[in-house]
Ligand binder design. Structure first.
Ligand SMILES: *[C@@H]1O[C@H](CO)[C@@H](O)[C@H](O)[C@H]1NC(C)=O
Ligand SMILES: *[C@@H]1O[C@H](CO)[C@@H](O)[C@H](O)[C@H]1NC(C)=O
Ligand SMILES: *[C@@H]1O[C@H](CO)[C@@H](O)[C@H](O)[C@H]1NC(C)=O
Ligand SMILES: [Cu+2]
Length: 209
């Protein structure tokens, strides 16, 4: 097949998309996403782990391994808890301030939020930790994006000690929608909540008071 140079150049921005959480470490690909979502979805994410969700349902539909309920493409892009090394699971306490860093490769202006999601019901738990109703990720290149949109703190809410006691039951999800691009990005951090006074030995705790 022949492509003109212009056509090839036009393809590049599509291939090189767009963002994920780098701190704390976010869910990677692995054998569980292959088993539940199929090899095509896993390959798409592995080749560019900042890519958007919208292309994935089409790839999944062509794959006999795809299990819609277990894969759950609209939560964490289908990335699975079982693929996240245990060492990546964060242990937090209510009131703890958690620094988040986003690698935002290519901006698409739109809205974004950071929230805790109950993975069984795929519902946001409590208030969102961060909301940009508009004006998220403006401009054309990484450096156009305001620093406070890619490096910010969230505070671990009170009252999740039971619901989020076990890693995998809840995730911290960064969610971003580029309005004109019509593309959704999702990236997830696995964590569990430790009851206060029971986290002896945990390190690097940052408390407000
Ligand atoms: C995403 O991809 C980059 C580049 O290949 C890699 O360095 C990084 O570890 C990956 N992160 C995750 C969470 O998959
Ligand atoms: C927040 O994120 C969720 C996904 O977790 C999304 O469905 C929702 O539309 C977003 N809401 C706002 C107000 O940004
Ligand atoms: C996050 O919180 C820590 C500790 O309270 C503070 O030192 C740091 O400057 C904050 N970072 C941002 C980006 O606000
Ligand atoms: Cu794009």
């Amino acid at each position: 097949m022949l492509f003109t140079t212009a056509a090839l150049v036009a393809l590049i921005p599509l291939a090189a998309s767009h963002g994920l959480i780098t701190t704390p470490p976010s869910r990677p690909t692995g054998p569980a996403i292959i088993a539940n979502c199929g090899a095509k979805v896993e390959q798409d994410i592995r080749l560019d782990n900042t890519s958007h969700v919208e292309g994935l349902p089409e790839l999944a539909a062509k794959d006999s391994a795809y299990n819609a309920a277990k894969c759950n493409l609209w939560l964490c892009k289908g990335l699975q808890f079982a693929d996240n090394p245990t060492a990546n699971t964060q242990t937090w306490q209510a009131g703890q301030v958690v620094p988040i860093k986003i690698w935002l490769r290519i901006p698409h202006e739109g809205s974004a939020n950071v929230s805790i999601v109950d993975t069984k019901s795929n519902k946001i738990v409590g208030d969102m930790l961060k909301v940009w109703a508009k004006g998220y990720a403006p401009g054309k290149k990484e450096s156009d994006v305001p620093l406070d949109q890619t490096q910010f703190n969230v505070t671990v809410p009170e009252g999740l000690e039971d619901k989020c006691a076990t890693a995998g039951d809840c995730v911290l999800q960064w969610w971003w929608y580029g309005t004109a691009a019509k593309q959704t990005y999702e990236s997830c951090v696995d964590f569990k909540i430790a009851k206060k006074g029971m986290a002896e030995g945990s390190t690097a705790r940052v408390f407000k008071a």
